[in-house]
Design a protein around this ligand. Structure first.
Ligand SMILES: O=P(O)(O)OC[C@H]1O[C@H](OP(=O)(O)OP(=O)(O)O)[C@H](O)[C@@H]1O
Ligand SMILES: O=c1cc[nH]c(=O)[nH]1
Length: 193
């Protein structure tokens, strides 16, 4: 049910909950276009840069950023992806002492001495990014690692700070940010549940 940016949905127990749209399709497109420009500006072009998306949605976002950068610079930036699984019962209750685990990397270029830009959809505790940093550095010593996220929802548990942010969204720990991308969700929106 549409109530002007607020949606009613039934959770798994059938209880009606309110859901708020944070970004629609156009807003996601604009945020990614801005981030693409910022990446180019910060790095004075894209020479020596590689975009590495954190699966699942971060990898799609990295691919979209590569397309935008090609439109702007006329040059294709190298891309790769990292598969990281989070062990938690749901997004609000983490089991103690469990950390996101790297399941594999698909980065066909050498990262040694290059500027690696990690891309993810949501930044929350920072634990996924920490695992991604380890995975990249296992492959070689990058000149620099930068971080781009579509949503920064706060509540960091590690000293991780993004270089490029689509939108800062203050949240309560009990809330969940859901990023829906057409590549995997047949929908395009960021919602706060
Ligand atoms: O900062 P953190 O607390 O580590 O949380 C952020 C991570 O949580 C989500 O991944 P999720 O495991 O939900 O998978 P998804 O990418 O498939 O949505 C999101 O995509 C980030 O990778
Ligand atoms: O709210 C959150 C927290 C972590 N990851 C998400 O995708 N959403």
């Amino acid at each position: 049910m549409w109530t002007g940016g607020l949606f009613l949905y039934s959770d798994e127990t059938g209880v009606k909950q309110l859901s708020k749209e944070i970004l629609d399709e156009q807003a996601i497109r604009r945020a990614l276009t801005r981030i693409a420009h910022e990446i180019i500006e910060r790095n004075k072009g894209i020479e020596n840069c590689v975009l590495v998306g954190i699966k699942t949605r971060g990898a799609y976002l990295a691919e979209r950023l590569a397309e935008r950068i090609k439109e702007i610079e006329g040059e294709r930036i190298d891309t790769g992806e990292i598969d990281i699984t989070l062990y938690r019962d749901d997004l609000t209750y983490k089991k103690q002492n469990e950390e996101p685990e790297v399941h594999g990397t698909d980065i066909k270029v050498n990262v040694k001495d290059r500027k690696v830009i990690l891309v993810d959809d949501v930044l929350y505790t920072g634990r996924t990014v920490r695992a991604a940093l380890d995975a990249v550095m296992d492959l070689g010593r990058p000149a620099q690692i930068q971080l781009a996220v579509l949503i920064d929802r706060g509540h960091r548990e590690l000293p991780v700070r993004p270089d490029f942010v689509g939108k800062n969204v203050p949240t309560a720990k009990s809330e969940i940010i859901e990023v829906k991308l057409r590549e995997t969700d047949q929908d395009e929106a960021v919602v706060l549940n």
